[in-house]
Design a binder for this molecule. Structure first.
Ligand SMILES: Cc1cc2nc3c(=O)[nH]c(=O)nc-3n(C[C@H](O)[C@H](O)[C@H](O)COP(=O)(O)OP(=O)(O)OC[C@H]3O[C@@H](n4cnc5c(N)ncnc54)[C@H](O)[C@@H]3O)c2cc1C
Ligand code: SF4
Length: 290
């Protein structure tokens, strides 16, 4: 399991509360974990991707109530610069124990900020719970808009859910699946920066979660750090999360590892390609990892 990072345990899991499941993306793990952590004082607020001014355009938000967490449920397939609020969370919001959710690159930024806190005075020891979500790629908002409105012929205002899985980008409205397009159509809209990304399952998070590997309505959950383990186990004991063994679950960890391997080897190849003179007319492009 070379590409899945270090972890203490892995589960098939979902929220124990129907209200959370109703509008969450998968098993509602992010919302349930933060809601439990908020109620029990593990965190005093969480930086999440809230609803923005336009439909499915995420806007970073500091949630200090369960209602605010509920408003942030669901995946928005566009960039939500959640890290932009990390300093403010400790200043005007006065948070001492911050929760933050993010894609693998964002969790890397959290950890980098903790180790090398340039311009982040007082922040490093206030990160209490970093939840990572699996991520194959992300899209600029304009690209996402075109995928929905042009390719899926659906008004984005009418969309109730978007999902990427089983090789398709799917758009749902109140009546169910409205349109599905193969991912080969969406490739050209991907953020170019995602093509040098070498992390699929948020290796540096306290807990990471995604849909791949478990049946619909459930999530795959990696419990990675001691803090993540303590919070997750308590949330399970308290009934906020239902966790079961991954043994025998189909498609299971095998598929998670297959996708992680595909992403990382493809992007590693691209990084190597960028380093060659033929790629850039004048000089090789920078490699951020060396
Ligand atoms: C760009 C992107 C690509 C993804 N690719 C995959 C994939 O390839 N395979 C896979 O298994 N899972 C992928 N996911 C994760 C998956 O879609 C769910 O986010 C994850 O399973 C959590 O679901 P949940 O039911 O626990 O979350 P919920 O309880 O519904 O909560 C969702 C949380 O995610 C946050 N969020 C939503 N959009 C963003 C965003 N753009 N940036 C940061 N935070 C956000 C919200 O603030 C909320 O707190 C991707 C997510 C994103 C944002
Ligand atoms: S693919 Fe990587 S760089 Fe792109 S949003 Fe996902 S985690 Fe970040």
């Amino acid at each position: 399991m070379e590409y899945l990072g270090q972890y203490k345990a892995v589960y098939k899991a979902k929220a124990g509360c129907e209200d959370i499941l109703a509008k969450s993306q998968d098993g509602g793990i992010v919302t349930a974990m933060f809601a439990y952590a908020l109620e029990t004082g593990i965190i005093d607020g969480a930086i999440v991707a809230g609803p923005g001014a336009e439909p499915y355009k995420p806007e970073p938000m500091i949630a200090t109530t369960v209602e605010e967490l509920f408003a942030s449920r669901g995946t928005k397939y566009s960039v939500s610069p959640n890290l932009a609020l990390i300093k403010e969370a400790t200043r005007s919001y006065g948070l001492d124990k911050i929760g933050i959710v993010g894609t693998p690159c964002q969790i890397q930024a959290v950890r980098k900020g903790q180790l090398y806190p340039v311009g982040l005075r007082d922040v490093p020891d206030k990160i209490a719970l970093a939840l990572g979500i699996f991520c194959m790629e992300n899209f600029p908002y304009q690209g996402l808009f075109q995928m929905v409105e042009d390719h899926c012929a659906t008004k984005i205002d009418n969309v109730t859910k978007m999902d990427i899985g089983k090789g398709k980008f799917s758009v749902y409205t109140e009546r169910g699946v409205n349109s599905q397009i193969p991912l080969k159509v969406t490739h050209k809209y991907e953020q170019p920066g995602c093509h040098v990304c070498l992390d699929y399952v948020a290796n540096m998070a306290d807990i990471s979660t995604g849909s791949v590997g478990t049946p619909d309505g459930w999530s795959t959950v990696f419990v990675r750090s001691a803090a993540g383990e303590a919070a997750f186990n308590k949330a399970v004991e308290a009934g906020w999360i239902i966790a079961e063994s991954m043994d025998g679950v189909k498609p299971g960890l095998e598929l998670v590892e297959k996708l992680a391997t595909e992403k990382i080897t493809k992007n590693q190849k691209y990084l190597e390609h960028r380093a060659h003179k033929e790629h850039a007319a004048l000089k090789p492009l920078r490699n951020p990892y060396t």
